[in-house]
Design a protein around this ligand. Structure first.
Ligand code: NAP
Length: 640
């Protein structure tokens, strides 16, 4: 619940100033909690959002003023000690949801969104293993978690709450995973932070709407401290192999520390939380080894290499390079950017902007404002936009767009790109993607990228790379482009799931040999033949346009902890997903992915594996993952 400040520390002027920064639809919902009065939530006042709008849903200025005035008085009464009315009844919450979203939210979303909103008295995601039987069973368990990134930490939080002993093995010297490793200049999150944070761990003081890597890393470090997770973590230790022992129904997890000391940990279950985007991929360019200057991958940034005044080449224009280029362009003598395909740029004016002090104050002090603001971000940035990237079967030519809505969006995005460099038609022509929006991950644009590409010291090279020489890069047209530093923004071995260690399941089957480069799992977590082994951010749990990976992490961890609870309740020693359930699920995943822009036969991205199968993405809505993962269905498993 929001903190109530002492009135002598805040005057009416400050409240007025803070309210100027309010997201009005969220404030209108918060007002219902303050007063119990929902009479302002009329159809006439209902927000109507548009793509390039300010997010206030075109609510009339006089209504906005009225809302601010009413909230101010209601809040002052509250701060003077007036009690909040009882929580709004279900029907009112329902109305509030539709109102804030500016949409008719289907009924099946309501339980899911209510939980995301977090307005229930009890957090339903906290595991409750209350009975003596469960407590006893929990205490006898041991779980090994691989990785102390955001999902590994979350697993630790939940297992602590369940009373299950666990150990986290982390190869790095600190927590944070991808947010620890990716420390390149310009690195920041591309989901709004008030959504890209754990539902149970809000931060009302995010300095920016899209915070930088050090801020994100600090958030995860604080979380490790607050939940006393560090004592459970072995840092600088690598899991080399996990082997299932049928006799004892235990995993033998082989680890090696930084000094080479080996040890075997015995566990009832393994949670693999190793991420997808942390094994750098550098293409096998001919002659790469001949290059005499410094060359490094963005995820292994060489902070000791000063780029000032150097001739630099950046290969790639994905989400990472897109962030690097504007940062380094002003300091280098010359920058060559090698683009194979252009990213779609999504206009995001507040991408680099600070969160105003007023906004922070509102988030912290107006009861439920933070919840509704998060709800609004969640709805408008997740399932609310998925239809725009679904392939319309009656749409004839899918080379540039996949439906009327997708085509309209394409037109609007192109307009926004063109407006950025009207004097550089040559550049504009190169940066307009030649594939439909949604086929690849789009990026957040506030103008700095095209401004960097338009600089006199920057060249955008779209001719393919033939080879790398001692002194630079030769393109297919035979031109040699000298470089002193080459930066590979060429992505990760994303389809090569869990590639850092061997996993040997039932009958001695090794997981990677079973997968043969085509990783599959049930709900991204369970694999037949690998009992009590759970992946987080496993196959087909990534999203392209809708939502944040934190959502998937929270859903998966709840499911996994409930799976352990199932073992504790039934007394079974192991649970293994049924092969028919797994296969049928994957068949449906493949069918559905083909109906999305990223699943088109011509779409090329890291979402597809070497066989052209989309092995990364969840094709459905978030609500579907939520529903599927509230708890495991015992019928999906063989319990032994
Ligand atoms: P990426 O999206 O895989 O981009 C790799 C880039 O390198 C692409 O432009 C690719 O071109 C190019 N490339 C690869 N091989 C090449 C070759 N042989 N020749 C020429 N160009 C080549 O990798 P990323 O940018 O590191 O991003 C990966 C993912 O990480 C993102 O999609 C996102 O999910 C996540 N990420 C998130 C954030 C954030 O939250 N802020 C930031 C960075 C990354 P093609 O496009 O033609 O393949």
């Amino acid at each position: 619940m929001s903190a109530v400040p002492k009135l002598d520390t805040i005057g009416e002027r400050e409240v007025d100033d803070a309210l100027k920064e309010a997201h009005i639809p969220s404030l209108m919902a918060a007002l219902v909690h303050l007063t119990g009065d929902a009479s302002l939530l009329t159809d006439e006042n209902k927000p109507v959002y548009d793509f390039f709008g300010d997010g206030q849903g075109n609510i009339k200025p006089e209504v906005q003023e009225q809302v601010r005035a009413v909230v101010k008085h209601a809040w002052l009464d509250y701060a003077r000690g007036k009690k909040l009315p009882p929580p709004p009844p279900h029907q009112t919450i329902r109305r509030m949801m539709d109102f804030v979203a500016g949409a008719q939210i289907p009924e099946r979303y309501v339980p899911f969104l209510k939980e995301e909103l977090g307005i229930a008295v009890e957090d339903t995601r906290v595991p409750r293993w209350d009975s003596p039987k469960l407590k006893d069973a929990a205490a006898k368990m041991k779980v090994v978690i691989v990785g102390a990134g955001l999902s590994g930490l979350l697993s630790g939080v939940r297992l602590s709450q369940a009373g299950v002993p666990f150990e986290i093995i982390e190869k790095n010297p600190d927590v944070g995973g991808t947010w620890f490793e990716n420390a390149y200049p310009g690195c920041r999150v591309d989901n709004p932070n008030h959504m890209y944070s754990f539902s149970f761990e809000p931060n009302h003081h995010w300095p920016q709407h899209f915070s930088t890597q050090p801020v994100l890393l600090a958030y995860f470090r604080r979380m490790a401290d607050k939940y006393e997770l560090r004592k459970h973590i072995r840092f600088e230790t690598q899991v080399t192999e996990a082997v299932w022992d049928e006799q004892t129904s235990r995993w033998h997890v082989h680890v090696r520390d930084k000094d080479g000391k080996k040890e075997t940990l015995i566990a009832n279950a393994v949670i693999s939380a190793v991420g997808q985007l942390n094994q750098p991929r550098i293409p096998e360019f001919k002659g790469r080894e001949k290059f005499k200057g410094h060359a490094f991958h963005t995820a292994r940034w060489r902070h000791d290499v000063d780029l000032t005044g150097k001739r630099v080449a950046v290969i790639g224009t994905g989400a990472t390079a897109f962030q690097v280029i504007p940062e380094i362009a002003p300091k280098v003598a010359h920058l060559d950017v090698y683009q194979r395909s252009a990213p779609w740029l999504g206009p995001t004016p507040d991408y680099h902007k600070d969160v105003g002090e007023g906004k922070k104050w509102l988030l912290e002090h107006i009861p439920y404002y933070d919840k509704w603001y998060r709800f609004w971000l969640f709805w408008t940035l997740t399932d609310g936009i998925l239809d725009g990237v679904a392939v319309d079967p009656s749409w004839n030519d899918t080379s540039k767009s996949v439906s009327p809505a997708n085509d309209m969006l394409r037109g609007m995005l192109i307009q926004a790109i063109e407006a950025q460099a009207p004097h550089r038609p040559d550049l504009i022509q190169k940066v307009i993607p030649d594939y439909p929006f949604g086929s690849k991950r789009s990026v957040r644009d506030n103008g700095v990228y095209i401004a960097a590409l338009a600089r006199p010291n920057v060249d955008l090279i779209t001719t393919g790379i033939r080879e790398i020489t001692e002194n630079g890069i030769v393109t297919e047209d035979g031109m040699e482009h000298p470089a002193e530093v080459i930066i590979y923004g060429t992505g990760f071995h994303a389809s090569d799931f869990l590639r850092t260690y061997r996993i040997v399941g039932r009958d001695g089957v090794e997981l990677h040999e079973k997968w043969k480069g085509d990783a599959r799992a049930y709900l991204g977590m369970n694999i037949p033949g690998f009992p009590n082994f759970f992946c987080i951010y496993g196959p087909n749990t990534n999203i392209v346009v809708n939502g944040s990976i934190i959502f998937f992490s929270e859903a998966s961890v709840r499911y996994i902890v409930n799976a352990l609870k199932l073992l504790a309740e039934t007394g079974a020693k192991s649970m293994e997903v049924r092969a028919d359930i797994h296969d049928d699920f994957n068949r449906r995943v493949d069918e559905e992915n083909k109906k999305m822009a990223w699943g088109l036969p011509d779409a090329k991205s890291w979402y597809k594996n070497q066989f052209g199968r989309v092995s990364q993405n969840w094709p459905w809505r978030l609500v579907d993952y939520w529903n599927a993962t509230v708890a495991p269905n015992p019928d999906d498993f063989t319990l032994t």
